[in-house]
Write a protein that binds this ligand. Structure first.
Ligand code: SF4
Length: 346
């Protein structure tokens, strides 16, 4: 196994938000991150939210979109880290199992019984790692079962790689996931001039993704989530153009989507000084955007960002050093996770 833990940092005051784990594929390679959150949503919208432990997992070292010269313009990983390779299925599953073992050991009995939610929203575009990812989901499920843990769901995210969506739909048709809930998240973020925020739009148009949402609804029985980051005059350092998630932009997004097959999550955006600048959308403005979408028939969730204090994006910090280095205790947990993974992969 190439992937090994380097250390961890707390997110939020006194670890209020969660823990960011830092990994490496080999000495001198850029750091890879995953994150374990205290709860699924920072502001729980239901009682269930606070009883589900949520994890963000990386599928590669850095992002393949960086190597292809089309990183998302707002992304710290895509703009500050070099791509150091795709992770194997076992390396993806290892992050999941290690983080769950950490929570089982550290948080105590209540959280030890929490259902687990794994979101593939760490470093990397999952659309370019789907063969490993589908196998990692299978290994993780077997590992969780061996540890006596419940899987709430896996969350498959993409910026729009349609070949991956087609492969995922084929797996759903063939019940590859054996009944485990695997839901779909589309990182749309913009509709008018999306290519200036997400250059991958010039390869995979958002309309090609949107036209697949009805079939995904039929196959999963639930609405896909469409993610929209709340930008306020966001300006990437290399561009003079700014982007704003204002009423007009939200109206454009709403006009492209069908509320019977998707729901929308509006997410607070944490800018990173080395990548770009952003104003702040006030709670009142965010509430107005939410109401407008709800009036058009959408289910909407407004997400506050974890790790705001550290300016993280989904708990990630662009591969910065961890605050606490690996010790014997962490290594022991790593070796335990490896043996669980090896048994599950058989
Ligand atoms: S947001 Fe995701 S897909 Fe886009 S550059 Fe960053 S890591 Fe890659």
């Amino acid at each position: 196994m190439r992937l090994h833990p380097v250390g961890f940092s707390h997110l939020g005051q006194v670890n209020a938000d969660g823990i960011r784990y830092v990994w490496q594929l080999r000495d001198n390679a850029p750091y890879i991150e995953s994150a374990a959150f205290r709860a699924r949503a920072k502001i729980p919208t239901s009682d269930a939210d606070s009883h589900i432990s949520a994890y963000t997992t990386s599928v590669s070292g850095g992002c393949a979109l960086t190597a292809a010269k089309v990183p998302c313009r707002f992304c710290r990983t895509g703009n500050t880290l070099r791509f150091s390779g795709h992770l194997s299925a076992k390396e993806i599953a290892l992050q999941n199992v290690f983080m769950v073992l950490s929570d089982m050991e550290q948080i105590g009995q209540a959280a030890a019984d929490n259902p687990r939610e794994f979101a593939y929203m760490g470093q990397g575009e999952p659309g370019y790692s789907y063969p490993q990812l589908r196998e990692a989901i299978r290994i993780t499920n077997k590992a969780m079962s061996a540890l006596g843990q419940k899987v709430h769901r896996h969350l498959l995210a993409t910026c729009g790689v349609t070949e991956m969506i087609d492969a995922f739909m084929s797996d759903l048709e063939n019940d590859y996931f054996n009944g485990t809930r695997v839901t779909f998240h589309y990182s749309l973020h913009a509709a008018s001039d999306r290519g200036s925020v997400m250059p991958i739009e010039n390869i995979y148009s958002y309309r090609e993704v949107i036209q697949r949402l009805p079939r995904l609804y039929e196959l999963t029985g639930e609405k896909s989530c469409v993610g929209v980051l709340l930008f306020k005059n966001y300006c990437n350092g290399s561009s003079t153009k700014s982007h704003c998630t204002d009423m007009k932009e939200i109206e454009t997004i709403a006009s492209e989507l069908d509320p019977t097959v998707c729901r929308i999550s509006l997410c607070e955006f944490n800018p990173c000084d080395s990548v770009g600048t952003n104003g702040e959308i006030s709670p009142e403005e965010a509430a107005e955007l939410t109401t407008m979408l709800e009036d058009k028939g959408f289910e909407v969730k407004l997400f506050a960002s974890f790790g705001r204090q550290e300016n993280t994006a989904c708990g990630l910090l662009g591969g910065t050093m961890p605050d606490i280095n690996t010790d014997d205790h962490i290594l022991a947990r790593y070796y335990r996770a490896l043996s669980v993974i090896d048994a599950a992969a058989c």
